[in-house]
Ligand binder design. Sequence first.
Ligand SMILES: Nc1nc2c(ncn2[C@@H]2O[C@H](COP(=O)(O)OP(=O)(O)O)[C@@H](O)[C@H]2O)c(=O)[nH]1
Ligand SMILES: [Mg+2]
Length: 281
Amino acid sequence: MGGKKHLAHSQKQFKKVKEMIKVVDVVLELVDARAPRSSKNTYLSGSGFSRGHALILHKSDLADKKITRGWVDYYQENGFKVFSFSSLFSTAELFSFLQEYRASSKFARFNRPLRLMVAGMPNVGKSTLVNLLLKKKATRTGDRPGITRGSQWVRIQPGLEMLDTPGVLQPEVEEEFSYQCLAAIGILPPKRYDPVETASWLIEIMKDYGCLGGLSTRYRLEAGEERLPEHMLEEIGRARGCLVSGGEVDFTEASGVLLKDFREGRLGKISLERPVEPGTD
Ligand SMILES: Nc1nc2c(ncn2[C@@H]2O[C@H](COP(=O)(O)OP(=O)(O)O)[C@@H](O)[C@H]2O)c(=O)[nH]1
Ligand SMILES: [Mg+2]
């Protein structure tokens, strides 16, 4: 389950990201609002990290609003600049957040643009957000020395410049719960998890959080607390025609259906991780 297998590749990729980081003032780290703790990279908030760092709780349209607000408070209390966002929404508030960030930094005082880049684990919506920020007023600022090969500065607003290529950060898997979170939200590549195991885990989580309603609505099944995940998966499989010859349910396919629906928000707004409540833990 560990991350060792892809180490050689990810070291090379990480070296490239580090090169990009050297030329920016602030790294906008995208995490998935449904599982911010597990989708957050430890390097960028580590003590040796010398750049500015802001957290964007992305895909907030898919997460439970109240829990996302809790996460924003949690990270603010821990000294982070943090903003929750969805690429389905207008960029106006995100631009205000970035302009405020600039105004509170030395770059505004020196009348120089704030240079930023987007980074994050696979599938957190980096390309979507970069394209959204580039859409309007995107003027390539032209070649400038010291820029990593393959990426360019783009002026996205007065005072704001962004590298047009996001940095890919590798998932870090430390324990079973975050492993399953990363699998469920689609950060881990398919070959690194068992879809039936993850789908069953997700059903159990939905039980724990009292949001099985999303399953009964979507698949017209009886989604009781007492029902086993495998029985619900079987019913989902029948409802969706995920069958192998002989009429048996193909559990892998049924699990794929469930995970896809979860990822695209069709089971409701479900946050997998919650911030630690004060006085607990
Ligand atoms: N619901 C929702 N989906 C998003 C959002 N941003 C991106 N996506 C979807 O998430 C998937 C991965 O996005 P992509 O930008 O390719 O992620 P990347 O791997 O980090 O570059 C795509 O299917 C996007 O359409 C968002 O804010 N909300
Ligand atoms: Mg991408």
